[in-house]
Design a protein around this ligand. Sequence first.
Ligand code: HEM
Length: 517
Amino acid sequence: MTLSVDITALTIASALCAVGATALLLRRLTKSSALPYPPGPPSRGLVGNLTDVPKDLEWEVYADWGRKYGPVSHFRILTKHFIILNSFEAAVDLLNKRSAIYSNRPTFTMQGELMGWQWNTALINGDRWRAHRRILHHYLHESMAQNYRPIHARAVVQLLQAFLDTPEDFYQHIRRWAAAGTLPISHGIDVTMDTTGDHWINLADEAFDTIAAAGLPGAWAVDWIPALKYLPEWIPGAGFQRKAQEWKRLAVQMRDATFDLVQSQTRLGTAPPSVAAELSQNGFAGESVHEEVIRNVAGVLYLGGADTTVSPVQSFMYAMVTNQDKQRLAQAEIDRVVGRDRLPDHSDKDSLPYVSALILEVYRLYPSVPLGVPHCPQEDDVYMGMCIPKGATVIANSWGMLRNEGTYPEPHSFLPERFLKEGRLDPTVQDPRIPVFGWGRRVCVGQPVAESSIWLVITSILACFSITPAKDEYGNNYVPQLHLRSGFVTLPRPFPCTITPRSEAHRQLVAAASDQL
Ligand code: HEM
């Protein structure tokens, strides 16, 4: 989603500049530290760096700032301070080692208050966050991920069959696979590979897009002048209010439509097992759970099966089209370890180091949340002689860290071998999953489940299918350029490729597994 500054609201914003100026002055006067802010692009007057904020592929611009200004840089929009962390060490020092003060989220008026995304655990703070996270952790930790393996295996077989039937629709099949791995868990909703599940998938995708559009620094004037939220929507220039209402409907609908279905099934006694049904019927840790918390928790699980999980698998498809040699190496390893008579399963994982390295390289080269989710210090802090102000929006540029030449030589090339030494995973190479899944107390709570399902689907696709470039009109290989979608979660934009079963035996293997569903 492209960052679009709400120009009309800007007009109103200028009328409120006096308020901002006073606030800025006050902030300057009350700045508790005489230390400088980290270096960054020169700020211009009252609005600061409003015009420097990147409009597209923000992580690349921030990585350039890292090269220019160092691992920690700063910019300001009016009174809002932003800190960009471009090095792994700085992110560990602040977000992990000082997690006691860096575990809050900054508030975005547009995304939170106006659009109603305050139900999302990823965007809230304090006791409310702790209560939600505790329940989510229970349902998403490592051994729970093992319990979900049958659901994930079923979703994979459905995907493989869909690749046989309509390979040209692979992009949509991957979306359905992700939803088929989470919606049965969250709400007991069975997502089949035909179009009947698309209603739920589209609902989550549309809602997810609104988070992306609303959460980018500088995109909405109301984020840096919260007083604008009081403008009635009929005033010229208050178009953001109408947008917020429209998006709020989507955000709340995706949470409530699914939960309402579970409730009506519960009344009829037909609700399949699910997190929503279990929490409603049995509560949690011996106590009943408020209905709103159940709605929120189940909604977050549902959201987890949207773009963040889809992104690495679509990126993997792109990496295979453009790196045929690596694909063949992974397939040779699978053939040696698994053979051609069965599908891979999690028990094969330790025997497939090249496949593991290939998946690590997908995470590294194409992080789905390239700027993570911002953190926010609860008090003024000092780092390497620089002031990190309380309330700043702290953005860890995972994309920049994962393309750092010092850490990963030839950082723009797809080289699974970088993670291997003497045929095993090399523990001395920086693990890319740390920036990919985030930091400190806010680290992705869905990581064990996400990693488990992504490993299975990628290994199974490699086992059964060849992914090759599509042909152009002259019969030549068409090697697509990667076009990443900008925004909070990034994905490769759709590209053509050819997906064929590796042999007749592989076709029959998939068909037989599909018949047994
Ligand atoms: C490849 C897939 C995924 C990636 C790359 C990913 C990445 C992330 C990142 C970067 C964060 C922010 C961490 C931070 O603040 O430093 C996050 C938070 C979160 N993720 Fe994931 N995620 C994925 C899948 C999932 C899944 C499947 C679920 C749920 C089923 C999930 C649920 C959450 C939740 C609830 C949070 C908020 C945690 C908090 O604020 O306490 N994620 N994720």
